[in-house]
Design a protein around this ligand. Structure first.
Ligand SMILES: O=C(O)CC1=CCC(=O)O1
Length: 96
């Protein structure tokens, strides 16, 4: 199943710099592993903001919840999820 996910990062302004660096490094490693596994299909920065738009390809809602709640930045993000399905006019057959 494909999901469009928007994440807006809201780190506390008073979080110490070394803690910020650590959480961002862990977030990067976690997301890159999921990208290698093909579960995190696209990751785009939203220009002008500390937010991303992502496309996840996971088995079901439960797996999406597991993946997203494992994000190191999860406690510091507003997250919006939109489930996607095939558009009848799409010429793609493989949902890529
Ligand atoms: O910087 C972000 O948008 C948060 C984030 C998600 C995956 C990642 O590496 O950073």
């Amino acid at each position: 199943m494909l999901f469009h996910v928007e994440m807006v990062v809201k780190l506390p302004p008073d979080m110490p710099a070394d803690q910020v660096a650590d959480i961002k490094a862990r977030e990067k490693a976690y997301s890159q592993e999921l990208q290698r596994q093909g579960k995190w299909r696209h990751l785009w920065r939203v220009a002008g903001s500390y937010a991303n738009v992502s496309l996840f390809d996971v088995n079901d809602n439960d797996e999406l919840q597991e993946v997203i709640s494992g994000l190191p930045l999860f406690p510091y993000m507003d997250i919006q999820v939109k489930p996607l399905c095939r558009h009848p006019s799409s010429i793609r057959e493989d949902n890529t």
